[in-house]
Design a protein around this ligand. Structure first.
Ligand SMILES: Nc1nc2c(c(=O)[nH]1)N[C@H]1C(S)=C(S)[C@@H](COP(=O)(O)O)O[C@H]1N2
Ligand SMILES: [Mo]
Length: 534
């Protein structure tokens, strides 16, 4: 008998079906209450928090969790769960139901631990896990009785199906009846598994729809700023195909966060609290926030994990309430030197209070490129602080602002080895031509972007084959907080050539050639590409 259909394998499959049943029940319960969340996602979120601390992953940690990596993590959890459930089934059915049941219990403990570790979680959060595990344990018992298996494949299959023995006429003997048993087992497990899958997926679909913030977002009308910005002049773009649009469309805007599932905050029960070292704690409702004077600004966000030449950067037109005005109303107490932005999912950023109050246009943003914030980009409100990398400043799904002291507080990525403070480094990138592209000899347009938020770009230079630095032409500057496009006309001769770029900011600082990895405070070095001229 093949290893895939022997009694051990069947017992293992039974274990997997039990796990599907347990998870399906938990998943179905997530449709009942907002605070009842999928144990799989809870475990996944805890794993992200832990993996981000793991030294080998640390270097990549901030961008480790792009969309594909999140999928990879869920698949990993699925594989581990499947193996565990298989072993559980074998143990329960072939060895000891008690030990198998204990394994279900361990599974419940992990789920409960993950649920309790979630931000603002209450004891009730463990209900889906506990109910799922209880139903799982009962199904394990039920299925193991139905499949009471012989210890060797030579025993009559009748022993596997006790009900059948009651009627001597049905008492099976020989291979034919073994096939009958296998058919029965397959039907039983298949039916239970399919029913559970329908329950679980159905519950998930209902929960997603019921607790989605999409309808809340549809009802938001974008506030108008006291002084709306004029349309952008055309000359902020160099007009070279392949250089990204000056304003990054929301759908193309890079997304980086630790949330496995996009947090769903609705405006109807939204509150933003300002607390900590302040004279007056303030709590704003959504309407309170919208009633504040709004500013409109173009700001280029950048992720610290952006490699030289990378694309974790985007430029948007934001509308929001000034952070300095709100903090002044709260009245920072002496000693406060850090602003912590906290998200509904527990993520916490922190940056110098000084940077919130020094006149830069830090804001609690509610709109991005003329729309309410997209759900992935922090709906309904997030922080945008020009000049600071996103991981210290740009809290999405913002629900709390706390004033504290750097000496007393370590923010999320600081706990994981990244820098405490993180101003954005002066950088430039070549977008055209693409690395290793083949281009025709003659007049070749080299073009890209450069950024030095809060200072502005003063010059961009290009060097061919490590030759002299030559001035590139700059597109118009929008503001010192936005990236700036550049282009260079290159008389290309046949052969293989390298092109590199460096920027100089408005204070005269020249972009360093010294290579640094993103960790701990952002990559440095010149972006260099090789092209083949034919
Ligand atoms: N709640 C929350 N906010 C967050 C993060 C996060 O993981 N969770 N990541 C930060 C990081 S590292 C960056 S670079 C920016 C990215 O914002 P975006 O996804 O809108 O581009 O969000 C910041 N805000
Ligand atoms: Mo980031």
């Amino acid at each position: 008998m093949s290893a895939f259909v022997g009694p051990t394998a069947i017992a293992g499959y039974a274990g997997i079906v039990v796990a599907i049943i347990a998870l399906a029940v938990a998943e179905a319960l997530t449709a009942v209450r907002r605070s009842w969340r999928s144990p799989v996602l809870d475990v996944g979120d805890r794993m992200i928090d832990i993996l981000a601390e793991y030294p080998a992953l640390k270097e990549r940690a901030i961008d480790w969790f792009g969309t594909n990596d999140k999928l990879a993590l869920l698949i990993g959890i699925g594989v581990l769960l499947t193996i565990y459930a298989f072993v559980m089934g074998v143990v329960a059915i072939r060895k000891s139901l008690l030990v198998g049941t204990v394994m279900v219990g361990l599974f419940a403990i992990v789920g409960a631990w993950a649920a309790l570790g979630r931000a603002n979680s209450t004891l009730g959060a463990i209900v889906p896990t506990l109910v799922g595990a209880a139903v799982g344990a009962a199904s394990l018992r039920f299925i193991s009785r139905r499949l009471a298996a012989p210890t060797t494949t030579d025993e009559p299959a009748a022993a596997w199906a006790p009900e059948a023995v009651a009627d001597p006429a049905l008492a099976p003997a020989g291979p034919a009846s073994r096939r009958g048993f296998l058919g029965d087992a397959a039907r039983l497990l298949g039916a239970l598994g399919a029913a559970a899958a329908v329950l679980g997926l159905g519950g998930r679909a209902i929960a997603r729809n019921r607790f989605s913030a999409a309808s809340s977002r549809k009802n938001v009308s974008v506030p108008t700023a006291e002084e709306a910005l004029a349309a952008l002049p055309a000359d902020v773009e160099v007009g070279v195909d392949g250089v990204p649009a000056f304003i990054t469309p929301n759908d193309d805007f890079y997304r980086i966060d630790t949330a496995l599932e996009v947090p769903q905050l609705s405006t109807s029960n939204y509150t933003l609290t300002v607390k900590g070292l302040v004279d007056n704690e303030i709590t704003l409702t959504w309407q309170d926030l919208l009633n504040r004077p709004m500013i409109e600004r173009d700001v280029t966000l950048t992720c610290v994990s952006n490699n030289v030449g990378g694309h974790y950067i985007g430029n948007a037109r934001w509308i929001g309430a000034r952070l300095d005005e709100l903090l002044q109303e709260a009245g920072p107490r002496g000693g406060a030197d850090m602003v912590v932005g906290r998200s509904v999912d527990g993520y916490e950023c922190g940056f110098p209070l000084e940077n919130a109050l020094d006149g830069r246009d830090a804001m609690i943003a509610v709109a991005m490129n003329g729309e309410p914030l997209p759900l992935e980009h922090g709906f309904p409100a997030r922080l945008v602080v020009p000049g600071l990398y996103g991981y210290v400043s740009a809290t999405k799904w913002l629900t709390e602002i706390e004033l504290t002291r750097f000496a007393d507080f370590e923010h999320y990525w600081e706990q994981r080895g990244w820098a405490e403070k993180a101003p954005i480094k002066l950088q430039s990138r070549i977008d055209v031509p693409k690395g290793l592209a083949k281009v025709a000899a003659g007049d070749v347009a080299v073009a890209g972007v450069a950024w030095a938020q809060q200072v502005g770009i003063g010059a961009v230079e290009v060097s061919i084959d490590d030759g002299d630095w030559r001035q590139a032409e700059l597109a118009a500057e929008d503001t010192i907080d936005t990236w700036r496009q550049w282009r260079y006309r290159w008389e290309a001769t046949p052969g293989r050539h390298s092109i590199k770029v460096r920027a100089t900011d408005r204070d005269g600082n020249v972009q360093t050639s010294e290579r640094a990895e993103p960790i701990p405070d952002g990559a440095s070095g010149h972006h260099q590409i090789v092209v083949i001229v034919e």
